[in-house]
Design a protein around this ligand. Structure first.
Ligand code: ADP
Length: 503
């Protein structure tokens, strides 16, 4: 007999022989078992169909001519099971048409009766080799499918992560084509789909960004580059772009990952701050220059007359006082800006504060002959607030109402509580505010210059402070006014502070 056909570390190949002739079954079993194959036999094709899914045979030898279910019927039914088993038919009449028929039904080969043990073994070995190849091919397919699936899942996961980022992400390959991006990036740079296989010069609308990516990936010295890129017509519309080249282990460039973060809000704040500083410097400059020139006139001896000198000094003094007021208002603003400001929120009686402010205002009111009238509810007006802020709010509004009044005019301060909100109304019968000025009185340094207001001193900061305070309590302030008739400022503030009390 021939040598063992299978390697000892593998299980023996399993074979099923189906034949109604006991002699053929027994002969096959003997020959195959002697070769080391695990061999089963049966006379019934139906029995074989039952075993097939359970035993996972490598090879089935099936007789074509059998009572009951014959070989061809068996092949058709076995084919349905989708096993990896290889089928060989045993036939007494080996005609070409029979072979074609059997092959059509999934048989791989045939062996003609009567056959010698060598013929049987030769067909068996060939068929088993076939079985091995089929199994191997199927394993490879499965492996490939699994890999593809893994890859797809991995890619999907990467996409979801990139898509979920609030920063913009653009990944480019070594040919400077966009291979991955997220919606945030498109929104930031104002771009539609960048489209595949196009150079970024043709697909990204920002030449500065394209240049940055090219710069970061061009040189031999690859390094991350970060730059601010303008993305809109407004000076504050800026994204911070950071391009990191990606290299292989040898150091050659594979592409780049660009991360974009929207810094527009920060830029806006920066610009506002710069404008504010500029404005303050301008406001300080005029009075300081005036004082400087007054003093120079005296020092250089151009005003030898003591009464002239006194007049210049008095004028300088007045301007200095105004400057001091302005600096105090600026300090109040900066205190409000610093969030950690000493803001103490507690339950206050606003009616009491209003009375306090009015008594502090007495000298000014007496000077102008306009004592304010208080219209308060009988019970205390409790509110969660910072004493200093409420006091500053009231005194700015009430002092304006007195300052911008007419001789014999009136000022009324009223407090009312409605729907958990406090309504403060300060109205006067003064000079009034023009329509255009009403839009701007809450801006820093804005003052309406008319015949009626030109002698009134002020910084133009009072109402901007009031506005900041009102905003800090999530309230509203409005003004109604008519030139020559008077003005009414109305403030609404929520009585309870839900925010824990910070601006
Ligand atoms: P200031 O009073 O120091 O000039 P404010 O910010 O308090 O600054 O007010 C800005 C401008 O709004 C004033 O210069 C004035 O022209 C106008 N204004 C404010 N309150 C009144 C008022 N009650 N009646 C008329 N004009 C007012």
């Amino acid at each position: 007999m021939a040598a063992e056909p299978h390697r000892s570390d593998e299980p023996p190949a399993s074979i099923l022989v189906i034949d109604d002739e006991p002699g053929v079954r027994e002969g096959c079993r003997r020959v195959l078992t002697a070769e080391g194959y695990a061999t089963d036999t049966t006379e019934s094709a139906l029995q074989a169909l039952e075993w097939l899914p359970q035993k996972d045979y490598d090879l089935v030898l099936v007789d074509l001519k059998m009572p009951g279910m014959d070989g061809l019927e068996f092949l058709a039914a076995a084919q349905e099971l989708g096993t990896e088993t290889v089928f060989v038919v045993i036939t007494a009449y080996a005609t070409l048409s029979m072979a074609v028929d059997a092959t059509k039904r999934g048989a791989y080969d045939f062996v003609a009766k009567p056959f010698t043990p060598d013929e049987l073994l030769s067909v068996t070995r060939k068929a088993l080799e076939r079985a091995r190849l089929v199994r191997e091919r199927n394993r490879l397919w499965e492996e490939r499918e699994r890999r593809l699936l893994e890859l797809a899942t991995e890619k999907g996961r990467l996409r979801s992560i990139v898509e979920a980022m609030t920063d913009g992400v653009i990944v480019t390959n070594r040919d400077a084509q966009v291979v991955l991006y997220n919606a945030a990036a498109l929104a930031m740079i104002g771009c539609q789909e960048p489209g595949p296989a196009r150079h970024i010069r043709d697909s990204l609308p920002l030449p500065d960004l394209v240049r940055l990516i090219e710069e970061a990936t061009a040189g031999t010295e690859v390094a991350r580059l970060t730059r601010e890129i303008r993305v809109g017509s407004e000076p504050h519309q800026v994204v911070m772009a950071s391009v990191s080249p990606v290299t292989d282990p040898e150091g050659s460039c594979l592409g780049a990952v660009t991360v974009l973060s929207d810094v527009s809000e920060l830029k806006k704040v920066e610009l506002v701050k710069a404008q504010f500083v500029n404005m303050v410097a301008h406001e300080l400059r005029a009075p300081l220059a005036a004082i400087d020139s007054n003093l120079m006139v005296i020092l250089d001896g151009y005003a030898p007359d003591p009464s002239k000198q006194r007049e210049l000094l008095e004028r300088s003094h007045a301007r200095l006082r105004a400057l001091l007021d302005m600096v105090n208002d600026l300090l109040a603003i900066s205190r409000m800006e610093a969030r950690a400001a000493v803001r103490t929120i507690r339950s206050l009686d606003v009616a009491e504060i209003a009375s306090e402010v009015c008594s502090l205002m007495e000298p000014l009111a007496a000077q102008r002959g306009i004592p304010p009238t208080l219209d308060l509810p009988p019970e205390p007006v409790q509110m969660d607030a910072d004493h200093q802020e409420i006091s500053a709010l009231l005194s700015n509004l009430i002092s304006n109402a007195i300052k911008y009044n007419r001789p014999g005019g009136r000022v009324t301060v009223s407090l009312r509580v409605q729907d958990q909100r406090l309504c403060i109304e300060v109205s006067d019968t003064g000079v009034g505010i023009s329509e255009e000025a009403q839009q701007r009185i809450f801006d820093e340094f804005f003052r309406e210059k008319t015949e009626a207001t030109k002698l009134v001193t002020g910084t133009g900061l009072g109402l901007s402070i009031v506005k900041r305070i009102v905003d800090g309590y999530h309230g509203q302030i409005t003004v109604r006014s008519q030139l020559g008739q008077g003005s009414t400022f109305t403030v609404h503030l929520p009585l309870a502070q839900s925010t824990g009390g910070h601006h």
